[in-house]
Write a protein that binds this ligand. Structure first.
Ligand code: APR
Ligand code: ZN
Length: 362
């Protein structure tokens, strides 16, 4: 089958014929239906985040089950599923304490399956499976615990986005920060993830949602998802503008780009008693400076949010419900679609700042 292979950082992905083993126990082979073009993959392509190489990237996906391994009970051939890039083992302290997004077994086995081995091979080498998903390929073998069954008539590109950007963004507001109605919110970085933070804040009843981005087109797009104000840091001091607009800072500030500079700005944008939530992944090894006096003297809270602090096996279905009941707009986020062969072009466009989310369809 065809897959996009990352051989070395800072090289284009290569479309190659690769081998995929049959599923082992508690694993499932799926045909990928749609895969989102997310910045997290770009971090690996650029070496800002590290994965074993060669690797198949892609972690925001939906699929149709083809074959199940021994012992699989969650899904059957023909089922449509949303893929989770943090499948749960169900046994580790994180899973048992209700924080399945931090599953210890998944973290320990990384881009291999739960038994520590790989199903993907190319040129005599094993390929890493990003997030145990690796959906930049025609097919994948994934743990059954990473497959959340949905109705067969649910749109598969929307399902793919629920697998990362929707749950990450909306979840950061509802589950990580628990924003109350009437709050003031700032969102720094309004791409695929940040737009979902914006619409999560609208869903939570925030009265003011300030979108911050260096791209004017992204700002204008953000107003469609609930941004009440927009700020471009290239036009002036955005931090001062946020403080002026809100009488000293917002109740909740979210970082959805991924850099130490924007992390610092996010912390600074939170008001006295306010909360700063870091959602984006900065390059590995970077440190952000935080004003420790403001942290203490103003009793600010600084939080990280991974996968929207969600429990994917439960919370994907909340996102499905928000979409079906019109509380969030996912169709409007999808602005372009590509074939797998166009994947490098898709990432050039993401980096150039085309608004919304791109999706690879199969
Ligand atoms: N200040 C504000 N916004 C910025 C800045 C900046 N200094 N630099 C870039 N941006 C904006 C971009 O213009 C873009 O609109 O941040 C947005 C990032 O959006 P995408 O490239 O679509 O990235 P996305 O897929 O949303 O991921 C954002 O979340 O999950 C993580 O790894 C992911 O770190 C990444 C982050
Ligand atoms: Zn992602």
């Amino acid at each position: 089958m065809k897959a996009a292979v990352l051989v070395e950082a800072n090289e284009p992905l290569r479309i190659e014929e690769v081998e995929l083993d049959p599923p082992k126990a508690y694993e499932v082979r799926v045909n990928i239906a749609a895969a989102g073009v997310c910045r997290s993959d770009l971090h690996f392509m650029r070496g800002e985040a590290v994965i074993a190489k060669p690797a198949v990237l892609g972690h925001e996906g939906s699929a149709i089950v083809q074959e199940v391994g021994e012992g699989v009970t969650r899904v059957a051939p023909g089922d449509h599923v949303i893929l989770s890039f943090v499948p749960f083992c169900g046994r580790c302290p994180s899973c048992i304490s209700g924080r399945a997004n931090l599953c210890d077994t998944h973290l320990a086995t990384g881009p291999s399956m739960f038994d520590g081995t790989r199903r993907l091979h190319w040129n005599g080498k094993d390929l890493a499976h990003m997030g145990k998903v690796a959906c930049f390929a025609e097919q994948a073998v994934v743990p059954e615990a990473g497959c959340m069954k949905i109705d067969a008539d649910f749109p598969l590109p929307v399902a793919a986005l629920i697998g990362c950007s929707v749950t990450t963004g909306v979840g950061s507001v509802l589950f990580s920060a628990q924003v109350e109605p009437g709050s003031t919110v700032a969102v720094i970085g309004c791409g695929g993830v940040g737009l979902n933070v914006v619409q999560g804040a609208r869903l939570a009843g925030a009265k003011r949602i300030i979108a911050v981005d260096i791209n004017d087109a992204a700002l204008e797009f953000a107003t469609r998802f609930g941004a009440t104000d927009t700020l471009n840091p290239n036009d002036g001091d955005a931090l001062k503008a946020i403080r002026d607009m809100t009488g000293g800072g917002v109740d909740y500030a979210f970082e959805a780009f991924g850099s130490s500079e924007t992390a610092t700005m996010t912390f600074d944008a939170a008001r006295k008693g306010g909360t700063a939530v870091i959602v984006g992944l900065a390059p590995m090894g970077d440190y952000a400076s935080i004003d420790p006096v403001a942290l203490v003297r103003y009793e600010k809270t600084l939080k990280g949010s991974y996968y929207g602090s969600s429990r994917p096996a439960i919370d994907f279905y909340r996102m499905v419900d928000f979409y079906e009941s019109g509380k969030i707009d996912v169709d409007g986020l999808i602005t372009r679609s590509y074939s797998l062969d166009q994947i490098n072009e898709a990432y050039e466009e993401l980096d150039r700042g085309v608004v919304g989310r791109g999706v690879i369809t199969f």
